[in-house]
Design a protein around this ligand. Structure first.
Ligand code: PXG
Length: 289
């Protein structure tokens, strides 16, 4: 495995980041998780654009332009001779001293890992996930914008622990007002009477790249989609529910907090979107080779 760090490639064993890097000391940095399929990177430009937006929001100067970052992602995949897999693209504040002052970090650190991906088990796509609501709330706009895909994932990690302790496949996160935001690493959608619903960004949902593909697929398939405030009641009483994420793709949810959603099986709209998403990922994207 070859890993990109600041313009150079290193073997896995020698790919190391300093203990003085503020990405580690303070979670001061941003990242993206990107998929590639059949030798093409899916939605590369959207991921790079979101990375730059996240960086801008935290006053982080990446030191490379969007085209250079995109080229570095492609080169990292090529060096690893992969056709299908997952890319972790990380930009940290870089090395500084032990104080949190970011001005003492002269240069951002950029690293890129391209790897094979461990997927959710296939039976979850066929039978659906069991989800529980977590007590840990989604970070609020007043603390750190939930739009920023930052290295501060501790609240999501704590929520994930709750979900795991409950034996659930994912954890539902509410915002401070008690409205549904998203899951610990995925956006959430419901289907009711043939129409699609998903929480708005204002409720704390990440502007997911896969989420935006669902909007495109819905318009292509003639399915209505809106972003009202959603409560757990709306999910308990939905006909269908599913999650979206770069890693999870589109995955059905059949239970929330021990309530069966719809008839307890992945529904027709969900199945249609899963099939269409697979067609898109298999055929679109930036050519790697
Ligand atoms: N919400 C959050 C909080 C995320 O971290 C998504 C939604 C989905 O966004 P995309 O753009 O991927 O459709 C994410 C991204 C994991 C893992 O190991 C998942 C993400 C990030 C890092 C790790 O499950 N998902």
């Amino acid at each position: 495995m070859k890993i990109y760090i600041d313009g150079q490639f290193y073997d896995k064993e020698s790919a190391k980041i300093s203990v003085f890097d503020h990405g580690l000391l303070y979670g001061d940095g941003v990242f993206e998780g990107i998929r590639f399929y059949n030798g093409r990177v899916f939605r590369l430009d959207e991921h790079v654009a979101r990375l730059f937006d996240s960086a801008k929001a935290i006053c982080l100067e990446i030191g490379l332009g969007p085209n250079e970052i995109a080229s570095a992602v492609l080169e990292t995949i090529r060096r690893n001779d992969l056709q299908d897999g997952y890319v972790r693209l990380v930009v940290t504040r870089g090395c500084g001293d032990l104080g949190l002052n970011p001005l003492l970090c002269p240069r951002a650190t950029v690293f890129i890992i391209a790897a094979k991906i461990t997927l959710y088990p296939q039976d979850k796509y066929e039978n659906g996930l069991n989800v529980v609501t977590c007590a840990t709330r989604r970070i609020s706009h007043g603390a750190l914008s939930p739009m920023v895909k930052s290295l501060n994932y501790l609240n999501n990690v704590l929520a994930k622990i709750e979900a795991q302790q409950a034996g659930a496949g994912e954890g539902l996160m509410l915002n401070e007002q008690g409205y549904v935001a998203e899951c610990t690493g995925d956006n959430i959608f419901t289907v009711k009477n043939g129409a699609l619903f998903t929480p708005p960004i204002s409720a704390g949902a990440l502007a997911g790249v896969t989420r935006s593909v669902v909007f495109e697929m819905a318009s292509e398939l003639g399915i209505a989609i809106t972003e009202p405030e959603i409560t757990r009641y709306d999910i308990y009483t939905a006909d269908e529910c599913f999650l979206t994420g770069t890693a999870a793709e589109v995955i059905p949810v059949v239970r929330l907090d021990s309530r069966t959603i719809g008839d307890g099986l992945p529904g027709p709209v969900t199945k249609r979107l899963i099939a269409r998403y697979r067609e898109l990922t298999a055929s679109l994207g930036t050519a790697i080779y």
